[in-house]
Design a protein around this ligand. Sequence first.
Ligand code: FMN
Length: 141
Amino acid sequence: MQHWIYYDSKTGNVDRFVHKLEACTGWSIRRISEDLSISQPGHLITFTTGRGEVPAVTDKFMRQNHNLIQSVSASGNKNWGMNYGRAADTVAAIYQVPVLFKFELSGTGADVQKFINKINEYHEHHSNKRWQHSQEVDTPE
Ligand SMILES: Cc1cc2nc3c(=O)[nH]c(=O)nc-3n(C[C@H](O)[C@H](O)[C@H](O)COP(=O)(O)O)c2cc1C
């Protein structure tokens, strides 16, 4: 199944992660900018900056496009302790989307595979929910 991945990257780690992902999956990958307006639903991958902060570009992108964002993931570094990957938690809390995954720096091959599995699980779960809902709606009393 084809998926859209939107990402933010400053020093290149998330960029490297998504290019490994693209090579494994062929999914559509798009780097975000402050004024990007999207039309396809998809998943956001960002990074953590400052002391557990959301990058400014991610913040502006989400203000404009949050209705089409299905989950958030973040790169970080475990040296930051409690603030590890915290940008994902903040975005999730503001926009009520699930945190799908956190990974360090540009992620390992195993991280890329785990992310793919999580995206697939997300879509299985959500299509089942839709299916269950349509069954409930369609089933006569
Ligand atoms: C100034 C600065 C602040 C950072 N703050 C955090 C942080 O609070 N939590 C964290 O998990 N990682 C933090 N990091 C690590 C970055 O999130 C990590 O290097 C990430 O892979 C950067 O992604 P990018 O290379 O795609 O920009 C920080 C890095 C820098 C340079």
